[in-house]
Write a protein that binds this ligand. Structure first.
Ligand code: PAF
Length: 282
């Protein structure tokens, strides 16, 4: 494991890998957990070197409190990565090095994907994500970049970003890694009390029930079922539940043959915002 804190030294270190070797990339905001480790291990299996960026990107936060409280655990992250087998470069730049000037978002149009779900609830979020992922992909120039399906909307948007910007990187989506109670792994889980952690199991339980009932129930019935489940839970507040078309991410009101759907939840445990999603089988 080697740590780089500026783009120039990372670029120099990657030079020997540029031609015949493969470079994998896992962008993160740190506070690494098993979900990240599974992405890094997949990257190590498929490439000669893996770059893991650790950068808490200020432009994708619409809430100053959330940005301030986002866990920053660089030393523990380095120690965890050091236990892995394979060549890993950690890239942990400061904002002015990565942004090369003003730390601000560019505005993107991702064919409307950015206006759905998270886009409705976190203003400017996907402009911030698009800006930083574009900067990171241009700095690292990887063959493949790995993103978790927990942020399924982000994954679709990043695929659109590489198309729009004509970047050569292949974007790989990887399955969600879960805690023993089914909660999707997230750096934010570190901020949950033990009681909230337990209560948060309702998110995955609900998504699983929706999946089981998807064949036999209408979308209106499933919406009602989810609202009712959450109304009985005092520790979690549902922000949204949506069944959306996998391609457009638009809210589905009725099922249509030939379309694939996914169920999405965002909920608050106190001030901690959690998201999760599940593919629905017909
Ligand atoms: O998913 C994340 O951790 C972030 O949104 C990302 C992709 C690292 C961009 O800051």
């Amino acid at each position: 494991m080697t740590l780089y804190t500026d783009q120039n030294s990372l670029l120099k270190a990657l030079l020997p890998y540029r031609n015949s070797k493969k470079i994998g990339f896992i962008p993160t905001m740190g506070a690494l957990h098993e979900g990240h480790i599974s992405l890094i291990n997949k990257g190590l299996e498929e490439n000669n070197v893996v770059v893991v960026s650790i950068f808490v990107n200020p432009t994708q936060f619409d809430n100053a409190g959330d940005l301030k409280k986002y866990p920053r655990t660089l030393e523990a992250d380095i120690a965890l990565i050091s236990t892995l087998k394979g060549t890993v470069f950690i890239f942990s730049p400061d904002a002015t090095d990565l942004y090369q000037g003003k730390v601000a978002s560019k505005h993107f149009s991702f064919d409307g994907l950015e206006h759905e779900m998270e886009g409705k609830h976190r203003k400017g979020h996907f402009d911030g994500v698009g800006t930083v992922v574009s900067l990171l992909l241009k700095a690292v120039r990887p063959d493949k970049a790995y993103f978790g399906e927990k942020d399924f909307q982000q994954l679709q948007i990043v695929k659109k970003l590489v198309e729009i910007e004509n970047l050569p990187t292949k974007i790989i989506g990887c399955p969600i890694v879960r805690e023993s109670n089914g909660l999707a792994m997230s750096s934010r889980n570190k901020r949950l009390s033990p009681k909230q952690f337990e209560a948060a199991a309702i998110i995955h339980e609900t998504l699983s029930e929706v999946n089981q009932k998807f064949k036999t129930h209408s979308i209106a019935q499933l919406n009602a079922l989810v609202q009712q489940r959450f109304s009985k839970n005092n520790d979690l507040e549902l922000e949204y539940f949506e069944i959306a078309n996998v391609k457009t991410l638009k809210t589905a009101k009725h099922k249509r043959k030939g379309n694939n759907y996914r169920a999405f939840i965002a909920a608050f445990a106190g001030k901690v915002r959690l998201i999760d999603n599940k593919a629905l089988e017909e």
